[in-house]
Design a protein around this ligand. Structure first.
Ligand code: FNR
Length: 183
């Protein structure tokens, strides 16, 4: 049976290039992985005072959804050399109540995308730092920093450059192996 991978896209923008990248990655992945996209835009900012017996509904739905996932793939832009606030908030919401973190033990993968050449290196490593702390081991290799995102896709959302397609196919093969190894 295929592993259930939750895909979290760090951008909330309707025409997000990172969402296009995430969809392309799903298309390049081995059959051993199945995917569902999980949104983070409707999660109220994490506040321990709200984390009572009746927390915000969106938190409960997110935690339930994520607890069913075998693994998580993050595809995100970099905001000011770190992760977008909605993504960090999702990490925080999922990490509580203390002792019930939905991240614990889940294999994870990180792909950062940017129109620029540094390709989200800062976001990639800030996210890596949080995931190591959360015991949601991020795949070590291959690392995936995708630059030049604004010109990567054709009108149908397919990756135009064959070299990039080959590289990202390898990333998804590596991720499938990582998920298998840690399951
Ligand atoms: C950015 N952008 C950006 N890019 C980058 O490479 N490094 C950075 O630190 C930042 N910082 C940043 C902050 C904020 C608030 C915004 C809105 C944007 C540019 C960003 O990479 C670009 O807008 C991407 O296209 C965003 O990805 P989506 O929305 O197309 O997926």
């Amino acid at each position: 049976m295929s592993k259930n991978v939750a895909v979290i896209v760090g951008s909330l923008r309707a025409d997000s290039d990172n969402r296009k990248l995430a969809k392309a990655l799903v298309g390049l992945a081995p059959d051993s992985l199945g995917f569902c996209f999980v949104g983070t835009g409707d999660l109220p900012l994490y506040n321990p005072d709200l984390d009572t017996d009746t927390p915000p509904e969106a938190w409960t739905a997110f935690r339930k959804h994520m607890s069913r996932a075998d693994a998580v793939l993050f595809v995100t832009p970099e905001y000011n050399r770190s992760v977008p606030a909605n993504l960090k908030n999702a990490l925080d919401v999922g990490s509580r109540p203390y002792g019930s973190s939905i991240w614990n033990g889940k294999p994870t993968g990180i792909v950062t995308g940017s129109p620029g050449g540094i390709a989200g290196f800062g976001a990639n490593h800030h996210l890596r730092q949080s995931l190591v702390f959360l015991n949601a081991p991020p795949m070590h290799q291959p690392e995936a920093y995708v630059g030049g995102l604004a010109t990567l896709f054709d009108e149908d959302g397919a990756i135009k450059d064959e070299g990039t397609r080959t590289f990202l196919t390898g990333v998804m093969k590596g991720f499938a192996d990582w998920v298998e190894k840690l399951s």
